[in-house]
Write a protein that binds this ligand. Structure first.
Ligand SMILES: Nc1nc2c(c(=O)[nH]1)N[C@H]1C(S)=C(S)[C@@H](COP(=O)(O)OP(=O)(O)OC[C@H]3O[C@@H](n4cnc5c(=O)[nH]c(N)nc54)[C@H](O)[C@@H]3O)O[C@H]1N2
Ligand SMILES: Nc1nc2c(c(=O)[nH]1)N[C@H]1C(S)=C(S)[C@@H](COP(=O)(O)OP(=O)(O)OC[C@H]3O[C@@H](n4cnc5c(=O)[nH]c(N)nc54)[C@H](O)[C@@H]3O)O[C@H]1N2
Ligand SMILES: [Mo]
Length: 747
């Protein structure tokens, strides 16, 4: 039987346009479509979709958005409401019965709600009473470290800064953050390697690169605007190498939906010049093999001057790589030696190479080590701080990088804390706080904590669903500052609050008038974002105003007057600039067209590492062999979801319609396991901790995925992810390598 899923189509094109249109119609066309024209414009708001940077003003088209940006906007500007009507009709237990799609599509939250445990229902509560509930709990904690302040990366710099200030005034560094589940491994790995945890490229570098290597990323769905850069690069003859277990349509070819010519001819242009399907987790061994080949055959092409002047540890690294056994490495990589040589030669031929990566590299137990290996590769030819070259960890949430920059960190640097202390005149705590994994473990073990989430959906984003739910339920209080209903609101602590906030597209008026916020993109550019839409409800507050409300109720105005700070966000930015000198002329830069470019040391070949050099780092590739009939599973995004928000149940580029509980398998594995395409299986995962983890009734889908590997969507497959499997340096859960077996369901 012919299998539609094995025919990879191209990304973009009419499908993208039609899908965008359908979405706008469904959620309320007028507001959504008008809003789109202000998206990513100089005077507009930043797209809440992803952190891909905006082009220079002169190159910005009127329609600087992509299909998934359209969905994010339609979702925010929707006419649907999760109001008191919904909560009076349905108990929390009833809402908990709904699937992810139904929960996340109830629409915008309209007013603060307090959980009435006796009735098992959310009921409206006034803002002042809500702030009182939170402050009462914060003030009666046994110790400040019993409070946990989670942040998701859509939060603005201004809100994030106030939030960390409030937490540190309370006396804790417990700031688990969505980064912990996302690019933390990039931050840690790049920090150890080149002294800064951020990408070193700008958009112009994409115009000059000779080779772009894309590891573990699906830009067609998750960073669609990146496809136009790749398409341009391909057209001018750059090589584009994709390294991915799965054939992703967006990495194969693309029809630009905003290019009339391409649309009329419907002619897709290629993206990747070379595509290598690797096994999950084998990237590190692959890079080592590439380096080995280069050291053995082309050592003359290395940038020896750069290595000599700018790096440390080269000799030791070289010795280690040369000592590796070829056959062993080739086996680990899951490619053939010829393929490895092909990639190595492309790298040798290129004088300017960019390496991009996303979750396929970071969400592994050896995520940090893999990123350090990629950095080693780049250093060999001086590809850091060189035009047209560099490291590009493609970020997720639109301001995940900015939140970190302004202080959301469980392990803050001493000089940052000293600045906070001197600017605000109090002594902030020095001991490190909890990341996501350790926050869950602490809540689960010690109980009686207070959990506050600034955006996000902790319950469904975190690993090991059952344990995470139990952890949240054991809290004395759970609070979520959110735009839309999600699972976290339904997994309640002893007391629970939902505090609804304005979205990016909405008008934010404070005492001194209309406010804008700022965000930082993947390339260290900070720019303003100003919403214009009438808010979804009159009872919403901005994120900074909600934080100020909690802080004011808890601490009063003696040390810091939070209410004054939010009267005009320029005042918050002044404080950020005082604490972080890289934000020079922050407020003035809000008026400029380009925004503020934060200083990037590695880009300037200044190495803020202990050795004061860029470091070659030696790591040992892990043994990833599994038992007979076991597979490695990755959990990933469909085309119609934004993390834990499911916009729709299709995954167009992978040919999937109206289903989410599926498992992508290679045809050979399907046959070997005695299964058939379309049959149903229960999936068990196997972990060192020997806890039984299982999800039921997933449909088998034959797909062009590397043999031995499997893929399923999150959050449906997240119950399989063990809380005990994470990178020991970045603490990022192993969402992309789960040891599983399948059991056929007899229907
Ligand atoms: N529309 C939309 N946009 C988004 C998001 C969204 O959910 N929807 N999420 C945002 C966020 S927070 C993030 S972090 C990014 C995520 O962006 P991505 O990292 O692109 O997202 P994933 O769906 O996790 O896809 C991981 C990719 O890595 C591959 N992969 C998995 N494991 C491995 C491996 O071991 N090696 C290699 N080489 N490849 C591997 C998978 O096949 C897949 O192509 O997107 C951001 N943008
Ligand atoms: N199994 C598995 N799990 C994963 C991943 C994976 O690949 N596999 N990826 C991980 C990654 S990369 C990430 S980044 C995390 C994401 O983790 P989170 O950031 O916690 O999750 P999101 O789904 O992005 O959060 C969505 C919610 O944010 C709220 N929201 C949306 N916009 C705003 C806003 O402007 N302000 C506020 N206050 N709230 C808003 C809405 O209520 C919405 O329900 O998930 C991680 N979880
Ligand atoms: Mo992310």
């Amino acid at each position: 039987m012919e299998n539609q899923h094995l025919n990879v189509k191209s990304a973009g094109g009419w499908g993208a346009l039609i899908s965008s249109g359908k979405f706008l119609m469904r959620e309320g066309f007028l507001k959504g479509s008008q809003t789109l024209f202000r998206l990513n414009q100089v005077e507009g708001f930043d797209c809440p979709g992803c952190a891909w940077p905006d082009p220079e003003d002169s190159e910005r088209s009127m329609t600087e958005f992509c299909e998934n940006g359209v969905k994010a906007i339609a979702f925010e500007t929707t006419n649907k409401r999760a109001s008191s009507e919904l909560f009076s009709q349905k108990t929390v237990s009833e809402l908990n019965e709904l699937d992810v799609y139904s929960i996340t599509n109830q629409g915008r939250l309209t007013e603060p709600f307090y959980y009435n445990r006796a009735k098992d229902k959310y009921e409206p509560i006034s803002w002042d009473s809500a702030f009182e509930v939170v402050s009462k709990h914060l003030k009666s904690l046994e110790k400040p470290d019993d409070a946990i302040f989670y942040t998701s990366g859509r939060t603005s710099n201004e809100a994030a800064f106030l939030y960390q200030l409030m937490g540190r005034m309370l006396g804790t560094n417990n700031f688990p953050d969505c980064s912990n589940m996302c690019h933390e491994s990039s931050g840690v790995g790049m920090g150890e390697s080149v002294g800064i945890g951020k990408g070193t490229v700008s958009l112009e570098d994409f115009d000059k690169a000779e080779l772009i290597m894309i590891f573990g990323q699906n830009p067609g769905t998750n960073h669609p605007r990146m496809l136009s850069e790749l398409q341009k690069a391909n057209k001018r003859g750059a090589k584009i190498v994709s390294i991915n277990p799965l054939k992703e349509a967006g990495l194969v070819s693309f029809v630009h939906p905003q290019d009339v010519g391409q649309m009329l001819t419907n002619k897709a242009t290629p993206i990747s010049t070379n595509y290598y399907q690797v096994k999950l987790g084998s990237d590190m061994a692959l890079v080592q093999a590439i380096v080995k080949y280069i050291l053995e055959n082309y050592s003359i092409t290395l940038d020896l001057e750069f290595i000599e002047k700018h790096t440390a540890g080269f000799e030791e690294y070289k010795k280690e790589i040369l000592s590796k056994d070829w056959n062993e490495l080739v086996k680990q990589t899951s490619l053939s030696k010829e393929e490895i040589i092909e990639i190595a030669e492309l790298y040798v031929e290129s004088d300017k190479t960019i390496c991009c990566w996303a979750m396929g590299l970071t969400q592994h137990e050896h995520g940090v080590a893999t990123i350090e290996e990629v950095m080693n590769l780049l250093l060999l030819k001086g590809n850091i701080g060189k035009e047209g070259a560099g490291a590009c960890p493609v970020r997720g949430h639109s301001n995940v990088q900015g939140d970190r920059t302004v202080g959301i960190s469980e392990a803050p640097k001493e000089d940052f804390l000293q600045k906070i202390d001197s600017v605000f005149n109090f002594k902030s705590p020095r001991s490190h706080g909890y990341d996501v994994v350790h926050a869950i473990k602490a809540m689960h073990k010690e109980k009686n904590k207070v959990f506050i989430g600034l955006g996000g959906n902790f319950a469904d984003a975190a690993p090991d669903t059952k344990i995470t739910y139990e952890a949240l339920e054991s809290c004395n209080l759970t609070v979520h500052i959110s735009t839309h209903l999600n699972k976290s609101h339904l997994i309640c602590g002893k007391e629970a609050l939902i505090l609804p906030c304005l979205g990016r597209t909405e008008l934010d008026i404070q005492q001194n008038g209309v406010q804008s916020v700022t965000v930082e993109d993947s390339m260290s550019m900070v720019h303003p974002s100003k919403g214009r839409n009438t808010p979804a409800s009159r009872d919403l507050k901005s994120e900074p105003a909600i934080i100020a409300g909690i802080a004011d109720a808890t601490f009063g105005k003696e040390k810091v007057d939070f209410i004054d700070l939010i009267s005009d966000y320029n005042k918050i930015r002044e404080k950020i600039e005082e604490v972080l000198p890289t934000f020079t002329s922050y407020n003035a830069s809000m008026e400029s067209k380009t925004g503020l470019e934060l200083y990037n040391s590695a880009r300037n070949r200044v190495w803020e590492t202990e050795t004061k050099k860029a470091n070659f780092l030696v790591n040992i590739a892990p043994d990833l062999t599994l038992d007979e009939n076991h597979l490695s599973l990755m959990t990933m995004r469909s085309h119609d979801q934004f993390n834990t928000t499911v916009y729709d149940t299709n995954d167009r580029y992978r040919g999937i319609k109206n289903k989410r509980k599926i498992i992508f398998l290679n045809e050979k594995d399907i046959k070997k396991l005695g299964l058939k395409n379309g049959e149903f299986v229960n999936i068990q995962s196997h972990s060192k901790d020997e806890i039984k983890r299982e999800v039921l009734n997933f449909e088998v889908v034959a797909y062009d995925i590397k043999e031995g590997c499997a893929g399923a969507y999150f959050p449906e497959a997240t119950p399989l992810v063990s809380i005990n499997h994470f990178d020991k340096k970045s603490f990022t859960p192993s969402y992309k390598f789960i040891d599983i077996t399948l059991e056929k369901v007899n229907k």
